[in-house]
Design a protein around this ligand. Structure first.
Ligand SMILES: [Zn+2]
Length: 535
């Protein structure tokens, strides 16, 4: 093999670690993208538009050549990292990637010398709730339902405009941490109506007014994050009314974002885990088929009331919802028969190692699921119960959980774990033709990671070092579609000072509202468990 040999030689010679990286050619100013929510002076808006145009020209129109990179492509068959180059075309897609020296730059082409640094695909979070980013540290002594109560206490008061800023916060946090694509469960604006038990009686949910869904779509786009937008089917009104709301959202997304390369499609957020009757499964199966939608459903997550949760599996099976377009979110409290049925139907699952640990939910038996034939994706979940949306940490917690569970260092390899958080997740989400690996034709969503800053030592096995020894502190730059979106801690697409003011002001307002409200309604809880679910 040429490349490992080449790699070893370079490694010994120290050439890999030469620090010759040019500063990014992109403008290092904070840009405020056009936003209906934002209020800026016309002059400032014009300036922002000019800078944005300049940024686009720099990042996209002239193309980009990354040379001397230690490439971790995740392309099937590329088992080892290799030294090479990558070229990005005007459309933000990879036009060439190969070992060896880069060709001469094209006229006007921007060049990044990545000597000594990893260039790897951006991480994919196959399960995220971006709007919960400003709610960290809450409910830290609780499992799922108690934690949910802690965050709902504030979120139930949030407005549609709050949701724009909260989602922007979460999206930018993802980008800065090297997550370039997210499957995002949005918040519909519904309050209450949640039930774990079969037939459990709870007051119906209500729906707050406002463009909640539209604002969350716009926030992700404004941030520069690539995304699948997953919407709920709140049980408010008649079935035709529920379907009509979904149709409106599908039409809106298509008309506004249909040509936006950041937008990778719509999905539905299955709600059976917190719904009391099989009608929910039947409605989800109906819209999956009618509108050809993927469905990711939180299911068998919490270790409480497992028999009641498992009983709902048959509702999905009977409704015909289980298919390759169905993803079980979490899927921890399973049994062999449920796994067999899920795998036989072609359903897959998403695994959230960090949030499952934080919430004491248990360890999803990834080894058993994969052996049964289920595909596995990996997510960061929401930042309120993952706390740091750190994909490197997520890799290592995942490895630690599975290796500890099996008492085997071979139960899950570093390469498998990295695959699950990149191309494997893209495969589950049906977007592997666009993202997940560095290959010609795919979007140039990539990370520059410097294993020598801080120094992690010589590379004995490059991918093992990347997965086991690198972290956010080594993450130097993040690109989406060949465009620099985070340069170290600095965000390139938004004004972070303004974002912080918006978040702080809005959370302070919600807290004061909740304090005033709780003084009046603290004694109205009808049932201890329902009180946790419907605070
Ligand atoms: Zn979740």
């Amino acid at each position: 093999m040429l490349f490992p040999t080449l790699f070893r030689l370079l490694d010994r010679s120290g050439l890999l670690f030469a620090q010759t990286v040019q500063p990014p050619a992109i403008m290092s100013v904070s840009l405020a993208f056009t936003s209906e929510v934002g209020h800026r002076s016309p002059l400032r808006s014009k300036l922002a538009a000019l800078l944005l145009l300049a940024s686009g020209l720099t990042a996209g129109a002239q193309g980009l050549l990354v040379k001397n990179a230690l490439l971790i492509t995740q392309k099937p068959g590329d088992e080892q990292a290799y030294l090479g180059y990558m070229r990005v075309g005007n459309e933000g897609r990879i036009t060439a990637i190969a070992p060896g020296d880069a060709p001469a730059p094209l006229p006007g082409e921007r060049v990044i010398d990545a000597s000594g640094k990893f260039v790897a695909p951006g991480f994919i979070s196959a399960h995220s709730h971006l709007f919960m980013s400003p709610l960290r540290g809450l409910g830290h002594t609780e499992t799922l339902y108690g934690w949910g109560a802690a965050v709902s206490r504030l979120n139930n008061r949030a407005t549609a405009e709050d949701l724009y800023w909260f989602t922007l916060h979460g999206s930018l946090d993802f980008l800065r941490n090297g997550i370039t694509t997210a499957y995002d469960f949005t918040y519909s604006g519904a309050v209450g109506g949640q039930a774990v038990g079969v037939g459990e009686k709870v007051p119906p949910p209500s729906l707050k007014p406002g463009p909640f869904e539209e604002n969350q779509l716009r926030a992700k786009s404004d941030a520069g994050l690539r995304f699948i937008n997953s919407v709920g089917l709140p049980r408010v009104g008649t079935r035709p009314e529920m379907i009509s709301r979904l149709e409106g959202l599908l039409a809106h997304a298509k008309s506004v974002y249909g040509q936006n390369p950041l937008y990778l499609g719509m999905a539905i957020s299955g709600g059976l885990q917190r719904a009391p009757t099989r009608e929910t499964a039947e409605l989800e199966a109906h819209v999956m088929k009618t509108y050809d939608l993927m469905n990711q459903s939180h299911f068998l997550e919490s270790p409480e009331r497992v028999e009641e949760q498992q009983a709902k599996f048959a509702w999905y099976a009977d409704a015909g919802a289980l298919s390759p377009k169905f993803i079980f979110g979490h899927f921890i409290q399973t049994n062999p028969e449920l796994v067999r049925q899920a795998a036989a139907a072609g359903a897959s699952m998403s695994w959230q190692p960090t949030s499952n640990s934080r919430l004491a939910s248990g360890v999803a038996d990834i080894v058993a699921y994969r052996a049964a034939g289920m595909k596995v994706a990996v997510g960061l979940d929401d930042q309120s119960c993952t706390d740091i949306s750190d994909p490197f940490q997520n890799l290592r917690i995942g490895l630690a959980l599975i290796r500890t569970k099996y008492k085997s260092a071979q139960a899950l390899s570093v390469r498998e774990m990295l695959y699950l958080h990149t191309l494997g997740s893209a495969d589950v989400l049906g977007i592997a033709d666009k993202v997940g690996s560095l290959e010609v034709g795919k979007y140039a969503d990539f990370l520059i990671v410097d294993p020598r800053r801080p120094d992690t030592g010589p590379l004995h096995d490059a991918i093992a070092t990347y997965v086991l020894a690198c972290g956010l502190r080594n993450l130097e730059q993040v690109y989406v579609g060949g465009r620099l979106v985070a340069d170290g801690l600095r965000l390139m697409t938004q004004d972070e000072a303004r974002l912080r003011r918006e978040i702080d002001d809005r959370i302070a307002r919600l807290e004061s509202e909740v304090r005033a409200l709780e003084g009046r309604t603290a004694s109205l809880a009808p049932h201890p468990f329902a009180a946790l679910l419907n605070p």
